[in-house]
Design a protein around this ligand. Structure first.
Ligand code: ADP
Ligand code: ZN
Length: 712
């Protein structure tokens, strides 16, 4: 063999370097998948470098076991992995593991599946019509059959419908601004109020891309949203729409790769769809770009929106980000000229945003105007909604029956044995549960330390549901939170029932604020909105405003008037003044950016939190202190306290205990670095990576420190 005999192989592990192997006479290319043995186990790895020069004794290097009969990973995929690893300070192996999880990938042709579903329903109705006796019943089935047939005629479409969209003048104007941005190789940020028809614009751009024979990647933050969009999009794209889910049925990626090479497909999916073997990628759409669900909270902790921008630069694709409430980062990128801001300020069906009523719960309680969690005013609005056949969604940001239980005798509060958090009471299952590690125990109602009676403190979604049902016994009420969403079918059913007006009131956590489109919705209300504001985080106001604005957008989508009720104990909080348009300054974004700049916070800097975990607390404390010292020495700085503007180019805080400082038996400490976005940024990031690697090696403390770049 020639000089190619040594290769490096990416393994699905957290290794600081890629191990060397001998090719053993196999014909390999970069990206080939090979079976290798590492530390006594065998793995499927990916060839990274050919003609590698081993920095170890070559006689100790093993040969690969075999070459897998799988298509090689593409150069573009490898480029993305390396990009992510460098940016997010993780290993390429971790990215590989996340990109190609063992098994469990599904890509479905949405059009075909829709058609099958509709056909099955049609068949059932026809059968019922044959069996029905009464004329009125027969008429009803006949009407349903006609409606299903019409829908099927639409869904049977195999090819995209290129002439289907008629844009309004405002939308056409936005479209030409987007075209111009793309022509100048810029990323477009579509800032469109809810109901302005952003989806229509994405579809138009996607159709243009398909017409050129290229593929489109359409990203949404959550699977539940992708399900609702699927029906809508398959009406435009027919069998050209592929939906991508991770963790469902097993389909080989080989098929996906082959399909994408054909061109002219739209892939709809969540962030993991970034890792498909993309080919001829003409356009990337990032819908609801502000949504923090784009950030993955386990390694590699990548941000889907930002990674989409990286993917776009690798494939030279056009990228459009869109939201009714864009992230500050993206708005900053518009101001600095990297992105082009495209506003869309008009609702397609006309009408105004839902009116806002702020209810001061402290004042109401004083006036005896509260019944449990509900103010009398809100009860009045709910009553009117019910009387007029409308629908309401109620947001409460805590799930469970009560977030805390307390002994009425001794005041003891049961906590999780593994985590430093209180146990929530789940009345439906009769259990106390930890929302961090999943620990559960039976709820006996008596205090484990003194035998006194335990009392639920505060109200989560379950208790709100119970209160609401007591207030409105005749109302049909459903709940949507991560407890009910555990069961994906049930979740889909709850959403479908509400969309079809089989439910009057829907109670839920943050899930209900996301892009759902419910025609009958006329009232949205948030209880204890303070829980959204109260976080010790400089981004809390930005996030609260985005969440409230998104939630407000759920109602009055079709031009009708809607109402948004906010119950809060801090009625004069600046976030509400901003929301109601009564703030002194109208330039909230400008003000926020000025504040961030003054403090040296993102987007003017980059935050990296080193999350350190260890079951052994003294060891964790000693080693994180040593790590902080070494970093300070490397950067020639001293640690600072939490508050205060950024001085110089680098600031280090910690180690400190985060609000939840023990999870699943692991103690947690954070070290926070703020790196100014100046000429020294990339050198400083490299210095951090090098110092960390040296520290892990010298103190033999690998596997305890996890960098989180751009934490959510
Ligand atoms: P957004 O995503 O900006 O909240 P949507 O795309 O959901 O807004 O549009 C709101 C409503 O207006 C939808 O019912 C959509 O079908 C309709 N709509 C928007 N633009 C058009 C258009 N050009 N032609 C027909 N209907 C449109
Ligand atoms: Zn726990």
């Amino acid at each position: 063999m020639d000089g190619k005999e040594f290769i490096t192989v990416i393994l699905p592990l957290r290794l600081a370097w890629n191990p060397w192997y001998a090719a053993g006479g196999h014909a390999l290319v970069r990206g080939s998948r090979v079976r290798v043995t590492f530390a006594g186990k065998t793995y499927t790895g990916v060839v990274d470098q050919l003609e590698a020069e081993p920095q170890v004794d070559v006689t100790k290097i093993m040969e690969i076991n075999s070459v897998e009969d799988l298509p090689p990973i593409t150069e573009e995929e490898l480029a993305l992995w390396h990009f992510i690893a460098r940016y997010y300070l993780c290993t390429v192996g971790e990215v590989y593991k996340s990109a190609y999880p063992a098994g469990k990938i599904a890509v479905e042709q949405a059009g075909s599946r829709n058609r099958e579903r509709l056909e099955a329903r049609l068949e059932k109705r026809r059968d019922m019509l044959r069996k029905a006796r009464r004329d009125s019943t027969r008429e009803r089935y006949a009407a349903e059959i006609a409606a299903l047939e019409a829908r099927l005629a639409g869904a049977v479409r195999k090819e995209p419908d290129f002439a289907s969209i008629q844009l309004s003048p405002t939308q056409s104007d936005a479209l030409s601004k987007i075209h111009k941005a793309f022509f100048n190789n810029k990323i477009a940020l579509l800032h469109g109020v809810t109901g302005s028809g952003k989806t229509e614009l994405y579809v138009q751009l996607a159709l243009e891309t398909l017409a050129q024979g290229k593929n489109v990647l359409y990203l949404v933050p959550e699977i539940a949203l992708s399900r609702q969009l699927e029906d809508r999009l398959s009406a435009f794209f027919g069998d050209r729409l592929l939906t991508f889910h991770s963790g469902e049925t097993i389909v080989h990626r080989r098929d996906v790769a082959a399909t994408l090479r054909e061109g002219s497909y739209v892939v709809l999916g969540t962030r993991s769809a970034l890792f498909l073997p993309h080919h001829d990628l003409g356009l990337i759409v990032v819908d609801e770009e502000h949504d923090s669900s784009y950030k993955q909270d386990t390694a590699p902790r990548y941000q889907g929106r930002d990674t989409a921008v990286m993917l776009g630069s690798i494939h030279r694709s056009h990228v459009i980000l869109g939201s009714a409430t864009p992230s500050l980062e993206s708005l900053y990128n518009c101001r600095s000229g990297r992105y082009v801001l495209v506003p869309l300020a008009e609702k397609y069906h006309g009408g105004n945003a839902a009116g806002i009523e702020i209810i001061d719960t402290i004042a109401e309680r004083r006036k005896r105007g509260m019944t449990g969690s509900f103010s009398r005013k809100l009860i009045g609005h709910l009553d009117r909604t019910l009387q007029t056949g409308g629908q309401a969604v109620i947001l409460r940001s805590r799930r469970a029956y009560s977030p805390v239980v307390q002994c009425a005798e001794c005041g003891a509060i049961p906590k999780c044995p593994n985590c430093n958090v209180t146990l929530s009471y789940h009345k439906d299952t009769g259990r106390l549960a930890c929302h961090h590690c999943g620990h559960q125990e039976a709820y006996t109602g008596t205090c484990p330390s003194c035998g006194g009676a335990l009392q639920p403190i505060g109200a989560g979604t379950q208790r709100i549901e119970e209160e609401l049902q007591a207030l409105f016994p005749q109302a049909r009420i459903a709940r949507l939170d991560s407890d009910t969403a555990q069961d994906k079918h049930r979740e889909a059913q709850v959403i479908r029932d509400f969309a079809q007006r089989k439910t009057d009131f829907l109670i839920g956590t943050q899930i209900v604020t996301k892009g759902f489109d419910f025609e009958g919705l006329s009232l949205v209300a948030v209880l204890q909105a303070d829980a959204l504001l109260g976080q010790q985080d400089f981004r809390a106001d930005e996030h609260a405003l985005q969440l409230l604005e998104q939630f407000r957008g759920r109602c009055a989508r079709r031009g009708d008037d809607g109402l948004f009720v906010i119950q809060t104990a801090q009625a004069d909080h600046p976030v509400y003044r901003q929301l109601t348009g009564t703030a002194a300054s109208q330039d909230f974004i400008g003000d926020l950016l000025a504040e961030r700049q003054a403090f040296g916070y993102p987007p003017y800097s980059r935050i990296i939190v080193l999350v350190c975990r260890d079951a052994n607390l003294p060891r964790l404390e000693t080693l994180t202190r040593r790590l902080a010292d070494e970093l300070c020495a490397a950067f020639v700085i001293r640690p600072t306290l939490l508050a205060g503007p950024l001085q110089g180019s680098v600031q280090l805080t910690g180690p400190y205990a985060p609000p939840v400082d023990r999870v699943a038996g692991q103690h947690i400490r954070h070290i926070r670095l703020i790196l100014r976005k100046d000429a020294s940024l990339s050198a400083n990031k490299q210095l951090l990576a090098d110092t960390l690697a040296r520290f892990e090696k010298e103190s033999r403390y690998a596997g305890h420190v996890f960098p989180d770049v751009d934490p959510a």
